[in-house]
Design a protein around this ligand. Structure first.
Ligand SMILES: C[S@@+](CC[C@H](N)C(=O)[O-])C[C@H]1O[C@@H](n2cnc3c(N)ncnc32)[C@H](O)[C@@H]1O
Length: 335
C-alpha cells in the first residue's frame, strides 16, 4: 500500500467515523469498506487529491445509479462502472446545496435588518445553485423557540433547528430585496443534469433533504437569483458594488472556505475585513464554516476539546457567535 493509498484510506475512514456515523449508516458502511479495499483505493489514487474526496465518489456512484445495498454490491457496481464514475470525478465537484443552513443564518439576518432599519441585499459566495439566498421563503421550527413561516406559505416542511444558549431568535422573517451569488461553477435549477447532481449529493437516510432540495429548487426556478460564474476573490467587490444603494449588503458563505487554499482564505478574509470597515457603506459579513477554516483570522475558533465533531462555526463580522450543525440542524449560541 502506497503512502497515497494510506492517506486516501484515512480520508474515507474519517468520513465514515466523523461525517456520516449516526446520520447515514449505509455511507458509513461503504466508506469503512473502501478504507480497507486495496483495489478501490488504488483506482482512486490514480486521481489527483481533490478528486478523491469521499463525498465526490459517493455522489458520482449515485449519479451512475449504484443500488443502495451492502458494501459488496457497492464495490461490484463501482468496479463495473468505473469509467463513468471516473468521468464524473474528473468533471464535477461537491456542490451540496443545503437550504437547511438558512435556519442558522436567519437570526443574524433578521437582527441586521432590524438594527439597520432597511431591507437586505444578500450576496452569497460559493452559492452552488443559490438555495441559501431565499431564507425569507422558507418556514422554520426552532426548538425551543418560535415557529416562523412566510405569509404566502412555505414550499416545504419547516426547517427544524435545535437551539441552546442565548440565541437572538427572530420573531419575523427579514425583508430581502436583492439576491446575488458567485460560484466557480454555478448550478442551474432549470438544468436537469445539475438537478440530478444535486440530488446525488444527498446522503441515503436523509430523504427529507431530497424533498427539501426539490422544493427549494422550485423557489429558485420561479425567481432566479443573479448568479455570477467566477472566483469569489475576484468577484466579491464588483458584486457588492452592484447591490442596490438603499439596501444593507450582507455577504455570507457556508461550507465554502474549505475549498480554498490558505492564501485564498487569507485574501478573502482581508477583502471582507476591508468591506465591513468601509466608512461610506459598510457591509455585514456572515461566515458559517467548518471549525478551523478561518484559523489565524481575528475571532476565528479552532477545534477545541469536547467540540461536537463536524460542527460549523458561525461568525458575524469576524466575531464568533455560535456553533452550528453542518446542515443547519442545531444552533449552539455562545454565552
Ligand atoms: C459545499 S458547496 C456549498 C453551497 C452553499 N453555500 C450551501 O451551503 O448550500 C461549496 C460551493 O463553493 C463553490 N466554490 C468553491 N471554491 C470557490 C471559489 N474559489 N469561488 C467561488 N465558489 C467556490 C463550489 O463550486 C460549491 O458550489
Amino acid at each position: 500500500m502506497t503512502a497515497g493509498t494510506s492517506t486516501t484510506a484515512a480520508r474515507f475512514r474519517r468520513f465514515a467515523e466523523i461525517e456520516v456515523r449516526g446520520v447515514s449508516p449505509l455511507y458509513e458502511q461503504w466508506c469503512l469498506g473502501i478504507s480497507t479495499d486495496p483495489e478501490l483505493l488504488t483506482l482512486l489514487d490514480h486521481l489527483p487529491s481533490p478528486r478523491r474526496q469521499p463525498n465526490l465518489l459517493l455522489g458520482a456512484a449515485r449519479l451512475a445509479g449504484v443500488p443502495l445495498e451492502d458494501y459488496r454490491s457497492f464495490r461490484r457496481f463501482v468496479l463495473q462502472h468505473w469509467e463513468t464514475i471516473r468521468r464524473t470525478l474528473e468533471t464535477r465537484t461537491t456542490q451540496t446545496n443545503e437550504a437547511g443552513r438558512c435556519a442558522v443564518l436567519l437570526p443574524l439576518l433578521t437582527q441586521i435588518g432590524a438594527a439597520e432599519g432597511r431591507p437586505l441585499a444578500l450576496i452569497e459566495v460559493g452559492a452552488s445553485a443559490g438555495l441559501c439566498l431565499y431564507p425569507d421563503r422558507y418556514a422554520y421550527r426552532y426548538s425551543p423557540g418560535p415557529h416562523l413561516a412566510p405569509a404566502s406559505g412555505s414550499p416545504m416542511p419547516a426547517l427544524d433547528c435545535r437551539v441552546s444558549g442565548p440565541a437572538p431568535l427572530p420573531s419575523a422573517l427579514p425583508e430581502i430585496v436583492w439576491r446575488a451569488g458567485v460560484d466557480l461553477s454555478p448550478l442551474r435549477a432549470d438544468v436537469p443534469d445539475d438537478v440530478r447532481w444535486l440530488e446525488a449529493l444527498v446522503w441515503p437516510g436523509q430523504e427529507h433533504r431530497t424533498e427539501r432540495l426539490r422544493a427549494a429548487l422550485g423557489v429558485v426556478r420561479r425567481e432566479p437569483p443573479l448568479l455570477v460564474e467566477g472566483d469569489l476573490n475576484e468577484e466579491i467587490a464588483p458584486l457588492v458594488a452592484r447591490a442596490p444603494q438603499d439596501a444593507v449588503v450582507v455577504v455570507f458563505h457556508t461550507a465554502v472556505l474549505a475549498y480554498l487554499d490558505a492564501a485564498g482564505r487569507a485574501r478573502f478574509a482581508s477583502t471582507m475585513t476591508g468591506l465591513t470597515g468601509q466608512r461610506e457603506r459598510p457591509v455585514h459579513w456572515i461566515s458559517n464554516e467548518g471549525a478551523g477554516t478561518l484559523t489565524g483570522v481575528a475571532g476565528a475558533l479552532g477545534k477545541s476539546p469536547g467540540e461536537r465533531d463536524g460542527s460549523f462555526v458561525l461568525r458575524h463580522d469576524g466575531r464568533t457567535v455560535a456553533r452550528t450543525g453542518p446542515h443547519g440542524q442545531y444552533l449552539d449560541w455562545l454565552p
